[in-house]
Design a protein around this ligand. Sequence first.
Ligand code: F6P
Length: 344
Amino acid sequence: MRVGVLTGGGDCPGLNAVIRAAVRKGIQQHGDEFVGFLEGWRGVLDNNTMPLTLETTSGILHLGGTILRTSRTNVRKIEGGLDACMKTFKANKLDALIAIGGDDTQSVSNALIEKGLQVVGVPKTIDNDLSGTDACFGFDTAVSIATEAVDRLHSTAESHNRVIVCEVMGRDAGWIAITTGIAGGADAILVPEKPIDLDHVCKLITHRREHGKKFSIVVVAEGAKLPSGGNATYGDKVDSFGHARLSGIGQALADAIEEKTGYETRSVNLGHTQRGGTPTAYDRMLATRYGAAAIDLVHAGNFGRLVVLRGTQITNIPLADAIAKTRTVDEGLLELAASLEPKV
Ligand code: F6P
């Protein structure tokens, strides 16, 4: 078969592992040919491709980013965009497409599936917020990087008797924040799922000081709501999928904490360091399993599906189900985080 592959949306550690697994299994077990589209859906619109062979996908397993590069291109917003994509697939004589991406990328997949395109999706996002799967590759790497950063912030915060607020990614879900906060032993963890209670955060910090601890670490998700309501954003521009650039809650919170408690407070925004660099072994494994499962679905003729992890098993669900809603942090984790706080 001739199979197209693309990576769309924000990059994510493990993308290359998916590409490599699908291409190796497809070529070695089925004699497939692969066409890689460059820069996500933009490459499909412009018919900008690279060959994906055993050679071009060799030595990429441990590399961050994506050899296909990526973009946030919303084909549905471009006049004639979906038809242009269909034309490109025809021109490349493709039998199927493997689309590796999050909800935005898969919303375009879904529109093309409705036009008859044979697509298999692979879920990708460090935010871990895609419905239908228990895990997205990239999340484990992001949490590992953020947890290491929190560990490092401990010693500098302690040396200076400071509060440090660490802002992490995650968009409208608090998965990175809550996992990093619990794993890194933060004094307060703030997620979009629960409005920020500034009085409570300050009480937690003051309680620590009164009980001998001279510093505090707060982990806040970029999508957590400001005490005054609304998100902190960088400028007011939105991308082609309508997303604002979330950024700044950490600094706003640090200012508010310093003002209310009198303790010297700093903020750190981990930003794109969470998305860069080599994937963890867990993410390489998950991504490899997804890539192999995706080419299996192509050969089973099982299109319009998204490969997912349920428990420890790889299975698949209708792609449309995955984009229907954001998977937010579950009550159990919120309760766990709350149970680790002192009574104030
Ligand atoms: O969706 C992944 C993500 O890293 C979010 O956590 C973050 O809000 C966003 O992408 C940042 O996007 P960009 O790289 O376009 O600034």
